[in-house]
Ligand binder design. Structure first.
Ligand SMILES: Cc1cc2nc3c(=O)[nH]c(=O)nc-3n(C[C@H](O)[C@H](O)[C@H](O)COP(=O)(O)OP(=O)(O)OC[C@H]3O[C@@H](n4cnc5c(N)ncnc54)[C@H](O)[C@@H]3O)c2cc1C
Length: 437
């Protein structure tokens, strides 16, 4: 997220706005004052996190609340593993805050730049068929509602609302504190291995169920999948981190540096994309390493891209993936970013992409300067045909009517929104599209 001359832009440069006012509250009481003042002036009010959503979900045309001064630990209980964080806390700060208590977050997505409130609000997830997304780790939320009041939801206070407010799209109020159920700190033993794509597809469910965390990347125009399998180990396990060079190849050169070159050039000379994709597979190679969970689960991404990701019933991943592969071949597109395939356990968060079903995710990307529309819309149709639900923070074209059919608790969520925000203080155009007016 950046602000240049009063204009706010998201990370992917796919959404921007000039808010009427920007405020940086330093406390929950400061958020309450901002909400009351915004309401008195008839303005809408929205908190932004790190601006890492690809859609306009964080657009704040009225009052934009930056919560960067609301970071840190409110309380931690090593015995129960319950930890309360201020809502603006960036994910990359959390491991350092939890370390003195011997705790870690149960699972993470593939980067750690987001704020905890932003990450849970859009259903950010990682991979692992026995683990839910970040919102599934939430056991308590404190919100400022449209009337400026503090509302605490946890197992003692309106517990039936927890599955709604822990993944609320920013539509129910401004989150000021988040309580997470953490786990004892652990390390991950990781194996990164290229394998023939057809073998990976043929054995996918065994691969997914035999690892704690499994995912694979497929670079279009190759026959190889880069698989990543991770096993959870006690914190005392001897660490053998990825050598600095290995991490550099992965993060600087491969994920970011060479991409920067190829994505810039690829637009002019798309013919170099297939050979580059083959090179990328070769460079990543076969690797084993053991390190703290957050160091294995997350990487850095500095090359900007646009992304669409759909959640499918896990059993539909292979047919949907094969359909996308055939589509790319038929259309002759040159796609410079890999497809990413991940998994999650079913959960009970009303608007979770994994609500009520074991889930697999297929994500497609394009360099930010390339127009993703034709590719994404064609892939989206395949995902819809396979029972897909779009990630709330990533690009898609569905509206409230289409989403209602995909979420059994959609109308309950809308009813709660009507109760907590009857005048739509926390609305924006994107929320009008996906939730209705
Ligand atoms: C490079 C990159 C990698 C990514 N990797 C993954 C991944 O591995 N897995 C995955 O699932 N997603 C991933 N994402 C998507 C990202 O995790 C989500 O879009 C997430 O919402 C971004 O968090 P944020 O802090 O930037 O929130 P923002 O994008 O700033 O905001 C998201 C929403 O949360 C709301 N919000 C923020 N703070 C508050 C608050 N205090 N109270 C109420 N509402 C609030 C905003 O109003 C908005 O509606 C990735 C995105 C990028 C750019």
């Amino acid at each position: 997220m950046t602000r240049i001359g009063g204009t706010w832009q998201n990370w992917a440069r796919s959404a921007e706005v000039r808010p009427i006012r920007v405020e940086r509250p330093r406390s929950p009481e400061g958020v309450q004052r901002a909400v009351v003042a915004g309401t008195a002036h008839g303005l809408t009010i929205k908190a932004v996190g790190a601006g890492h959503s690809f859609t306009g979900i964080a657009i704040a045309p009225g009052v934009l609340l930056e919560l960067d001064d609301m970071q840190g630990l409110v309380s931690a209980d090593a015995a129960t593993g319950r930890v309360t964080l201020l809502a603006g806390t960036r994910l990359h700060r959390i491991p350092g805050l939890l370390a003195p208590h011997g705790l870690a977050m149960e699972n993470l997505g593939d980067i750690d730049r987001q704020s905890i409130a932003g990450a849970i609000s859009t259903g950010t997830h990682g991979t692992g068929s026995r683990f839910g997304g970040l919102a599934a780790q939430v056991v308590g939320v404190t919100l400022v509602t449209a009337d400026g009041a503090l509302l605490r939801i946890d197992e003692e206070h309106e517990p039936e609302l927890l599955p709604a407010v822990s993944l609320g799209l920013g539509a129910l109020g401004i989150i000021v504190e988040v309580t997470l159920q953490c786990v004892p700190a652990f390390v991950l033993q990781a194996v990164d291995q290229p394998a023939p794509l057809d073998d990976v597809l043929a054995t996918l469910s065994e691969r997914v169920s035999s690892a704690d965390h499994f995912e694979f990347y497929w670079f279009p125009h190759t026959d190889v999948a880069l698989t990543k399998s991770q096993t959870r180990m006690p914190e005392s396990t001897r660490r053998q981190p990825l050598p600095v060079l290995g991490r550099w190849v992965d993060e600087t050169l491969l994920s970011n540096g060479v991409y920067r070159v190829v994505c810039g050039t690829g637009r002019i000379a798309p013919a170099i994309t297939p050979p580059f994709n083959r090179l990328a597979v070769t460079l990543t190679g076969d690797r084993r390493y053991t390190d703290a969970s957050h160091r294995v689960l997350t990487q850095s991404r500095t090359v900007r891209f646009r992304e669409m990701e759909y959640a499918l019933p896990a059993a539909n991943v292979v047919p949907a993936f094969r359909a996308v592969r055939a589509l790319i071949e038929q259309r002759g597109w040159r796609i410079e970013f890999p497809l990413e395939v991940r998994f999650a356990a079913e959960d009970d968060r009303w608007l979770s992409t994994a609500y009520g079903r074991a889930t697999g995710y297929i994500a497609v990307h394009r360099y930010w300067r390339a127009d993703p529309t034709v590719y994404f819309e064609a892939v989206e149709q395949i995902m819809i045909d396979h029972g897909g639900r779009p990630h709330w923070g990533k690009l898609h074209t569905l509206d409230a009517d289409a989403l209602r059919e995909r979420y059994p608790r959609f109308d309950d969520f809308v009813a709660l929104r009507d109760r907590l925000d009857p005048d739509r203080r926390f609305a924006n155009r994107h929320l009008e599209r996906v939730l209705g007016e």
